[in-house]
Design a protein around this ligand. Structure first.
Ligand code: FAD
Length: 418
């Protein structure tokens, strides 16, 4: 463990400069600061807001879905875009810190946790605020100096090493090691407005163009307005199973959010056709058989009423309108080909994505610092010797369910081990 410098300069920092300077006080920066301080280093955390964790307080609608208790490493990384980069960050020992370690870390801080559907882990009392308070206490206990209301704007560099950070008030911070944790580009009002990418670019790093992820999808079709408020459970789109929710402009809900990063990428080229399987567990023949049984049972009923055995009424009406079958047609009068068309529509309901909502509504950012320029074993820059990265600023993003915060805890922890 290093000897802490106990002589302080006029600016309040150690006379010989800080051991570690961390830029950005979100979850990744906080974890980096806690861990660096726990490892015996003098740490300064620079945050441009007047408070830490502004976005963190919004997580899980204020309840904070702090991790996902997926303990199988292979399955865990499958929940991320570029997840293979995180193998080391998730694997203890050697600095790794997975969901199990995260849950223990918070329990040790006095935060009792509970696991909900889909392995989503929340604090027992549903309060992101309580977690932030506990983290702040820990920072204080470990004597991390926090400089609020100050944005990093540039660096002094020499021989592939950062000598100083230059703040917006022209103050300079000297440290031996720097960790950049300025987040992505979504919910800019929370502080992460993409400025960190510019800082990294100034240091020679390449940025994979950021696009919104975990954001609702805009559909081209007009009929979507009639479906506003309808949710469909256990559906599958692009290999992603779960629930979607129709809005007045398109689709939201876990499945839509999880595929939005991919849709956003594809939309750079063209509009995107989406095919929704309403019954992923059944094949076409099985649905047809179930359907025919119902038709026999309700021979004299209108087809729209029979379909409500499968889907909500408004959805049934829109589906029939799209495939041009009269909703009032009596079951007995349906032709064989009409029955097949209905079944095909249930297995592959077609929608056209023409956009995704922008960064103001996105819970994550796809893109960021190119992973080719970061050592995945340490989170160290391959271009600047004393620079490390953690959190959403790197080109990794996760699905909903606590994966994004887990990535911040894990990369923040790993970046603090050197
Ligand atoms: C509404 C919403 C709900 C979410 N819910 C969940 C959830 O329940 N579970 C989950 O896993 N994920 C959730 N996320 C995602 C999660 O919040 C992010 O993954 C996480 O906050 C990223 O952490 P970070 O530390 O990398 O960046 P951020 O949290 O964005 O923090 C970066 C910090 O850096 C500061 N900063 C930026 N530039 C500078 C600069 N130049 N100088 C100094 N400081 C700077 C910013 O002010 C900010 O405080 C949610 C996101 C949103 C928007």
């Amino acid at each position: 463990m290093p000897e802490k410098d106990t002589k302080f300069s006029a600016q309040g920092g150690p006379a010989s400069g800080w051991d570690v300077a961390i830029i950005g006080g979100g979850p990744a920066g906080i974890m980096s600061a806690i861990q660096s301080a726990a490892n015996g280093f003098n740490v300064v955390l620079i945050e441009k807001n007047k408070q830490l964790g502004k976005k963190f307080l919004l997580t899980g609608n204020g309840r904070c879905n702090l991790t996902n208790a997926e303990l199988d490493l292979k399955k865990l990384v499958a929940n991320y875009h570029n997840g293979e980069f995180l193998y080391r960050a998730f694997s203890p020992p050697a600095g790794g810190f997975g969901p199990k370690e995260t849950i223990k870390f918070f329990e040790d801080l006095g935060i009792k946790t509970k696991t909900e559907a889909g392995n989503r882990v929340f604090p027992e009392n549903n309060s992101a605020e309580e977690i932030l308070e506990a983290l702040k206490k820990y920072l204080e206990k470990n004597k991390v100096k926090i400089i609020y209301d100050s944005a990093a704007e540039g660096f002094e560099l020499k021989n592939k090493k950062i000598l100083k950070i230059i703040l917006n008030n022209n103050k300079k911070i000297t440290a031996k090691k720097y960790i950049l944790t300025t987040g992505g580009k979504s919910y800019a009002k929370s502080g992460s407005d993409g400025a960190g990418y510019k800082l990294a670019e100034k240091l020679g790093h390449s940025i994979i163009k950021p696009s919104p992820a975990l954001t609702p999808i805009i559909l081209k079709e007009d009929w979507v307005k009639k479906l506003q408020g309808i949710s469909l459970k256990n559906i599958k789109i692009f290999g992603e199973s779960g629930e979607i929710l129709f809005t007045h402009f398109g689709i939201s809900g876990p499945v839509a959010l999880n595929i939005s990063g991919k849709i956003g990428e594809l939309l750079k080229k063209n509009e995107v056709k989406i095919f929704m399987d309403l019954f992923p567990e059944l094949n076409q023949q099985e649905i047809l058989e179930n359907f025919q049984e119902l038709l026999k049972k309700y021979l004299r009923q209108a087809i729209k009423n029979i379909l409500t055995e499968f889907v909500p009424e408004r959805f049934a009406e829109v589906l029939l309108e799209i495939i041009k079958i009269d909703k009032n047609k009596i079951a007995n009068n349906l032709s064989k080909s009409e029955k097949n068309i209905i079944v095909r529509a249930l297995k592959g309901f077609e929608m056209t994505a023409e956009g995704v909502l922008g960064f103001d509504n996105a819970m994550a950012t796809r893109g960021g610092i190119s992973l080719k320029e970061i050592n995945h074993k340490t989170m160290q820059s391959k271009l600047i010797d004393n620079l490390f990265f953690a959190g959403e600023i790197i080109d990794v993003d996760g699905k909903t369910g606590g994966f994004n915060l887990q990535m911040c805890w894990s990369t923040g922890h790993l970046a603090s081990m050197q």
